[in-house]
Design a protein around this ligand. Structure first.
Ligand code: MD3
Ligand code: FE
Length: 231
């Protein structure tokens, strides 16, 4: 990307994949760095997914465009337009099916869910979110899936972000969870229907090769893979 070596980044050492949070009644399991060794392959697969269905800034029912750009892979893809949110088998832009779920995606999601105590998680939908500095996701609930007993698995790649994690009601207090390149989070049980969002991506950190807001693996972006059993 920049010609600089990526293997000295991030500058601070990080422990090997660990679980934090298991046992709390919130049913959130953070697998720090679980996806780090697979990140290069995951990013290549994102390029293939986006070659079938390009990233786009979808419109929400209120009429404004999201600051996060999105595409999908798997049997079902999450979309929004003026008429609302839903899952579709085809990209509304092209009428074509979404790209198949890459094997590396499905295997990582199933393994992460199993580590969090959810056996046999077989996602049929992967929403790929792309954030650039300033992009954010407001507090919302994920309620368009058929079975809330199924967990959601999230994989963070590239620039860091602060995940906002609220309660059962929109006005409940929000906790902040920093997420870094390679982090995987499994949200199940009581956590599954909590309000959540992403704080505006910082414009300053990290600095790589003297350039602010650049990550060696993804340049000026954060990608988030959100795996769901939607149908
Ligand atoms: C916590 N995406 O696409 S993924 C979304 O980082 C979304 O792009 C965020 O929220 C992102 O809907 C977060 C992780 C996630 C997904 C669903 C949750 C966290 C959740 C449902 C309940 C609680
Ligand atoms: Fe969400």
């Amino acid at each position: 990307m920049t010609g600089l070596r990526a293997d000295s980044y991030p500058p601070s050492p990080r422990p090997s994949p660990t679980k934090r949070g298991r046992g709390s009644k919130d049913d959130i399991v953070v697998l720090s760095g679980l996806a780090e060794s697979a990140a290069a392959e995951l990013l290549r697969e994102i390029e293939r997914v986006a070659a079938v269905a390009p990233f786009r800034n979808m419109v929400v029912p209120g009429g404004h465009s999201m600051s996060v750009a999105m595409t999908n892979c798997g049997r079902l893809g999450w979309v929004t337009d003026r008429s609302g949110y839903r899952y579709t088998e085809r990209d509304p832009l092209s009428g074509r099916a979404w790209a198949a779920m890459p094997r590396a995606f499905g295997e990582l999601a199933t393994r992460a869910a199993a580590e969090a105590g959810f056996g046999e998680f077989a996602p049929d939908a992967c929403l790929v979110n792309r954030y650039e500095p300033g992009a954010r996701m407001g507090l919302h609930q994920d309620r368009n899936e058929a079975d809330f007993g199924q967990p959601i698995v999230s994989v963070s790649l590239g620039l860091p972000a602060t995940f906002l994690w609220g309660g059962a009601k929109r006005r409940d207090p929000v906790r902040r969870l920093p997420l870094r390149h390679g982090d995987v989070v499994v949200w199940g049980g009581a956590a599954r229907l909590r309000f959540h969002g992403v704080a505006p991506l910082g414009r300053q950190a990290p600095t790589f090769g003297g350039t602010p807001g650049m990550h060696p693996a993804t340049g000026g972006f954060r990608f988030n893979l959100t795996f769901r059993r939607a149908g």
